[in-house]
Design a binder for this molecule. Structure first.
Ligand code: S3P
Length: 170
């Protein structure tokens, strides 16, 4: 029986917020991949993208996931791009139930609008960028996930409860 949960899904779908609530509800350890990447690099995500490009960021992301392979009793909030590398998904799947959060484009836009912490969304036309990235990733999220929850009209607490209910049923 797998003891950890990985939250995957696009930026702004609530992985971090829901992950914290899940950790509280289950007593498991909360781990946020982006925060770990920043701590190990001694740079912010934006700084890493500026200095090392997306390639450097993905390398760091992969290294952090490798270190967490097999981690028990954890709730792992992943960055939106972890599914781009199959090896990340395989490593996560070793000990994690895989849960994908989704949201409408409007909700993603609203939730990501105020922050400037996501280099991939720092572009003139955010909606087109979101659509373009979703287009490339949707099938990857679907393939990697055991369960998929649309968070558009739910509070983070409702999402967390929904995840726990679904995982118990599987
Ligand atoms: C990314 C998502 C971000 C962060 C980085 C790249 C992506 O995490 O890892 O900016 O490729 O979707 P969140 O999904 O937590 O915003």
């Amino acid at each position: 029986m797998k003891t950890s949960i990985a939250l995957i899904g696009f930026m702004g779908t609530g992985k971090t917020t829901v992950g914290r609530i899940l950790a509280e509800k289950t007593g498991k350890e909360f781990l946020e991949l982006d925060a770990r990447i920043e701590a190990e690099a001694g740079m912010t995500i934006t700084g890493i993208f500026e200095k090392e490009g997306e390639t450097g960021f993905r390398r760091r992301e992969m290294a952090v996931i490798e270190k967490l392979t097999g981690r028990k009793n954890a709730i792992i909030a992943c960055g939106g791009g972890v599914v781009l590398n199959t090896i990340n998904v395989e490593r996560l799947k070793e000990e994690c139930r895989m849960v994908c959060l989704t949201a409408s484009i409007d909700a993603i836009l609203e939730r990501t609008e105020k922050e400037k912490t996501r280099p991939l969304l720092e572009t003139g036309d955010r909606v087109s960028r979101i659509k373009e990235l979703l287009d490339k990733r949707e099938s990857l999220y679907r393939q990697a996930a055991e369960i998929i929850i649309d968070t558009t009209r739910l509070s983070p607490g409702q999402v967390a409860d929904g995840i726990l209910a679904e995982l118990n049923e599987l």
